[in-house]
Ligand binder design. Structure first.
Ligand SMILES: Cc1ncc(COP(=O)(O)O)c(C=O)c1O
Length: 396
């Protein structure tokens, strides 16, 4: 399927103001996503919040089916939450760890996840270990295989790290985890909406994702997948009257489905926006989206590599839409600001967000230009030219 870029851009009001390369931060929402939220907020204001939720009940329920379809899961395996971190935390902190249990993770692991490993290691006496990377920067699956023993209780990986194009070999890792009966948690925060994600093919037991990044949904939305068979065995770290029923003065019963990881109150307008964002991505097709992101990002890498003084910082055999680089002699924050003055949005990834990888590769703060399918070739060109001008001024 080809992408109708004109229609997509016509659907994206933000492109009139900015060339947006901060999609790994939060993408520009398309109009249908924006409208779904505004319409629901107006309904809340005009008939009441509970009444508006009741009126939208069918559409609210359909969000679960859309998310399930997106990642090839079942409706009962999906929980809708506030962000990827809540999704990840609710599942991770449900896992029982004991002294000596081993948690295996990747070098390019996201800070929030790693901090949680450290807390659990301190509390339970578990051990956190990092799987080495190949020369290309991917999780080394042979090294992973060699690390497996009966004490490994969790393999927990970031699919696409926050600080660069690397796409980790998620399905190969899943094959190893499944062969040894080890729980496999995948942080798919930067991958869902960017490329096809199929939980069955990947073999993960748990997956967390966010709405505002590559899905182009609203801020403050995210979701969790937990495989049936595992989810019934997990007691969430915090529960309320939505996650569980109070059935006797001294007893509660958890919901049987993944919604045991949710709580009662939530932002219905944002949720409805998320549902529309997921449907929008499904209509375009994830393979189509991925091919366009691959084209645009490899084009950007090629253009940037022609600029004197630019060092591309991306690793990985497969590299996705998150393009990172530094410019010799110019601070990355100064680049971000200079670009912002020209209506070009990028972000800066600081070493603390992926401390192990940044330390191993001796990374300074890097400019992160994250490309999405709705970016135009001309915008890629504009960004590369702007970097070329900053580089030339530096030499003058
Ligand atoms: C790889 C990765 N995981 C998790 C998160 C956290 O997502 P959220 O802010 O939706 O909780 C981020 C956010 O940048 C991320 O890049």
């Amino acid at each position: 399927m080809t992408i109708d870029i004109e229609k997509i851009r016509a659907d994206t009001p933000g492109i009139g103001n900015v060339a947006h390369f901060n999609n790994a931060g939060a993408s520009l929402m398309p109009t249908p996503v924006l409208d779904a939220q505004i319409d629901h907020l107006k309904l809340e204001a005009s008939i009441g919040g509970y009444e508006a939720a009741a009126a939208a009940a069918e559409r609210c329920e359909a969000i679960y089916a859309s998310v399930a379809k997106l990642i090839h899961a079942e409706v009962e395996e999906i929980a809708l939450v506030e962000n990827a971190t809540v999704a990840w935390d609710m599942a991770f902190y449900s896992l029982p760890f004991e002294k000596g249990d081993r948690i295996l993770t990747a070098e390019a692991e996201y800070a929030a996840n790693y901090i949680a490993y450290l807390q659990v290691a301190r509390r339970a006496g578990a051990v956190v270990e990092t799987i080495p990377s190949t020369n290309a920067g991917d999780v080394d699956t042979r090294a992973l295989e060699d690390m497996i023993d009966e004490r490994v209780k969790l393999i927990s990986i970031t699919h696409i790290p926050t600080n660069g194009g690397l796409v980790n070999p998620a399905a190969e890792i899943g094959r190893i985890a499944n062969a040894h009966g080890i729980t496999y948690l995948l942080d798919a925060c930067q991958s869902v909406g960017q490329l096809p994600v199929n939980v069955g093919e990947i073999g993960c037991d748990i997956l967390s994702a966010t709405g505002r990044k590559y899905l182009r949904g609203p801020r403050g939305t995210g979701f969790l997948y937990v495989r049936k068979g595992l989810l019934e065995t997990l007691e969430p770290p915090m529960i309320d009257l939505f996650a569980a029923k109070w059935v006797a003065p001294d007893r509660y019963e958890l919901r049987p489905d993944a919604r045991r990881f949710e709580n009662w109150e939530n932002n219905y307008a944002a949720r409805l926006g998320l549902g529309v964002a997921v449907d929008y991505a499904l209509d375009l097709g994830l393979e189509t989206i991925w091919q366009r992101i691959l084209d645009l990002s490899s084009n950007l890498r090629a253009r940037l590599s022609e600029v004197d003084g630019v060092e591309l910082r991306d690793i990985g055999t497969v590299q996705g839409g998150i393009v990172t680089f530094t410019l010799d002699g110019v601070d990355s924050m100064a680049i971000k600001e200079a670009l912002s003055g020209q209506g070009i949005n990028v972000s800066v990834s600081h070493p603390a967000s992926t401390l192990l990888d940044a330390t191993r590769r001796n990374l300074p703060p890097v400019v992160r230009a994250s490309v999405h399918y709705y970016n135009a070739e001309t915008e890629v060109e504009r960004l590369a030219e702007a970097i070329g001008i900053i580089a030339a001024k530096r030499e003058a």
